[in-house]
Design a protein. Structure first.
Length: 159
């Protein structure tokens, strides 16, 4: 029996199951269910892992996700494993003071957020969180604050 590191799980499953469906999620805007194959999941994890490395995520560094359930959340988790980073999950409903406490305690530099509520709380918290450098926003419909020069959309992050 060969034992693989957890970071390799998605890629081994892709080798085994390839075009079979890994998961489905509902598109909130259209109400349609979208399928993701193991091959696609693996490719997305590799892309995000490379993006994390390119922006400077370090081995054993804490990063955080502050989002409702989204495919991007699980992709970020596995990408972090590939970089040997630690993902600190924040509840999607956490208040500004709650996320500030966790960001400061865990010395988070990179925070992945889901929707407008999470972005607004994170952006307001940034002034009280000296380690927080970047907010990466999953949802392209989120309106970034005009004064925000360090946040970026997920699509831009992975380019």
């Amino acid at each position: 029996m060969t034992i693989h590191h957890f970071s390799q799980l998605v890629h081994r499953q892709a080798e085994k199951y390839g075009k079979e469906i890994a998961f489905r999620h509902k598109d909130k805007s259209t109400g349609e269910w979208i399928s993701t194959t193991w091959n696609s999941f693996s490719k997305q994890v590799k892309t995000v892992a490379k993006s994390m490395a390119s922006i400077g995520v370090k081995v054993q560094e804490n990063i955080a996700t502050y989002t409702q359930n989204k495919p991007e959340g699980i992709i970020v988790d596995f990408a972090a494993y590939a970089n040997r980073a630690v993902v600190i999950p924040l509840y999607a409903t956490s208040s500004e003071s709650q996320i500030e406490y966790i960001i400061n305690e865990a010395e988070i530099r990179f925070l992945f957020v889901g929707e407008q509520f999470q972005y607004d709380n994170a952006f307001r918290s940034k002034k009280n969180c000296p380690t927080l450098e970047h907010i990466i926003v999953f949802d392209r419909s989120v309106k970034l604050d005009e004064s925000d020069k360090s946040s970026l959309y997920y699509e831009d992050f992975i380019k």
